[in-house]
Design a protein around this ligand. Sequence first.
Ligand SMILES: C=C(O[C@@H]1C=C(C(=O)O)C=C[C@H]1O)C(=O)O
Length: 286
Amino acid sequence: MSAQSSSLRVAAIDFLNPAPLMWDFEHPPHSTQLAERYQLHYTQPSQCAAELLAGRADLGLIPIAALTPELAIVPGCTIASLDRVRSIQLIIKAPHTLDSVKTIAADNASRSSLAYTQVLFRKFIGTQPEFVSANADPMAMLQHADAALLIGDPALLALEAREQIEQTIGPCLWFDIAHEWHTRTGLPWVAAVWATRPEALAPAGFTPTQLIADLQLSRDNGLANTEALVREWTPRIHLSAATIHHYLTQNIHYTLSPDCILAIELFRAYAAEVDALPPLPALRFL
Ligand SMILES: C=C(O[C@@H]1C=C(C(=O)O)C=C[C@H]1O)C(=O)O
């Protein structure tokens, strides 16, 4: 059997924010060679986690809320933010405020932001609002609940449509969940990491070193090509080139630094404390 006789099945996220991480998989000169070794499939964050946990994917860009003791974090890359992320919005309908909100319609694509929001209310505000899973449609969500939690591209688009939403729904308060976490903990806000079932690597002819190197190089090449990414995404999403540029360079942080690891540990500890997630006593790394 040759060293690379089969490929690694990868579940990736179909939002704007992971685009720099995916650069080499989608652009020459590396895309052709990577396509022989990686079989990519794009879906929503919650689905990436489900596929990895069910063994339908070997590697996934998954919400940190979905990490289990069986999964190993691939060091190097992350989807995080050092303060405001822009794409995680909690929209609260007047006259409600953070203290009075009772029902929250939560985007069913999310695992991490849902648990961060539960931590925000249960640990920091001291209330127990009810969360109802919903499709990412801000008008419908706000018609049925006191607040809406949106993630990814739908959150970015809701911010652009803020006036229109408030004309229909009435005045709203808009909270950036990453900023709320950062101001209360002093730590980065971490949403997702590359994770793998480590036993899947050898049968696909991969070593951990090679996987880590491929993913980091793709991220580095993506960040070196931000201008090209902005040009590619401007026709694909209803946002200005300046907003996309700011989002990719200022809002999202792509390096899994020691602070990000501390943040994952604290988030999982708080989430277990408030019964938002099962306990995860130790993080496992590849
Ligand atoms: C920054 C974001 O992070 C995403 C949010 C996630 C979640 O809430 O579960 C998971 C993966 C990330 O890609 C975003 O999509 O806005």
